[in-house]
Design a protein around this ligand. Structure first.
Ligand SMILES: C[S@@+](CC[C@H](N)C(=O)[O-])C[C@H]1O[C@@H](n2cnc3c(N)ncnc32)[C@H](O)[C@@H]1O
Length: 241
């Protein structure tokens, strides 16, 4: 059963106050790196999996996409996405990524930002994503990095005056219950090899992999992010059908 934590009021109230929820793409430090993985969007039919507030969907249209189908399971997220969108070429659909049905060959770009680590049957979803792409279609996504999702208690520690990120259970794939904005948020941990081999076995050709952390320049303007260079926070992948 899908948890749909973004419809938990306590969780949502805190999520709404995050920088990325207030500022959109400008408040997402990985956005410049993710944007660099995208093809030119002119005329593309785009699918946005786990669209949240629809920041990317609107950006895609502003950058020439012909239409966007934006999917999310959360009523809260979709309510704000719809309120902030005045564009008939963006269609928001409430659906569960675990049980999605997609028409074959109907998209040129499947995009997802920080949603796929909530999905248990990712292989099933990636298979459907691949079928939904036309010839030469692209897949571009970000997820929490496996080093980030592995630990049973994903929090910075300090020992001998040094901050470190404790990695345990890396090879034990499966659900993790974490306390992030609310207690018991379920995310699915998989290794880097699993993510990449899954795509290769489904017939994608991987064009780029980015184990994202802030650049030194970003840290100069946001010194609070310095620890984020101790380990990658996000995994960014671009692939072709
Ligand atoms: C961290 S937010 C990212 C939102 C948006 N992509 C962004 O980058 O701003 C994760 C989103 O994935 C959605 N999500 C999680 N599990 C889902 C599922 N099984 N089906 C559909 N959406 C899901 C959540 O409701 C939430 O809106």
């Amino acid at each position: 059963v899908t948890q749909n934590i973004y419809d938990n009021q306590k969780f949502f109230e805190k999520y709404q106050r995050l920088s990325r929820s207030l500022k959109g793409l400008a408040g997402a430090p990985e956005w410049p790196a993710l944007r660099a993985l995208l093809p030119a969007l002119g005329g593309l039919r785009v699918l946005d999996l786990g669209c949240g507030f629809g920041w990317f969907s609107r950006w895609a249209r502003q950058n020439g996409a012909s239409r966007v189908l934006a999917i999310d399971v959360s009523r809260n997220m979709l309510m704000r996405a719809r309120a902030e969108t005045h564009d008939p070429a963006i269609c928001y659909l409430r659906a569960d990524l675990e049980r999605l049905r997609l028409q074959s060959g109907s998209f040129d770009l499947v995009f997802s930002s920080l949603a796929l680590h909530y999905v248990k049957n990712l292989r099933g979803l990636m298979w459907k994503a691949r079928c939904s792409l036309g010839a030469g279609g692209r897949l571009v996504f970000s997820v929490e990095h496996p080093i980030y999702t592995a630990p049973s208690s994903p929090k910075w520690r300090t020992a001998s005056g040094r901050r470190f990120w404790p990695v345990n259970g890396y090879l034990e794939e499966g659900p993790r219950s974490t306390d992030w904005l609310a207690k018991g948020v379920i995310k699915h941990h998989r290794t880097l090899a699993t993510y990449l081999n899954m795509l290769l076995r489904l017939g994608f050709s991987i064009s780029e992999v980015n184990e994202w952390g802030p650049t030194r320049r970003q840290i100069a303007s946001q010194p609070g992010w310095a620890d984020e260079r101790q380990r990658p926070a996000f995994l960014l992948v671009a692939a072709r059908r």
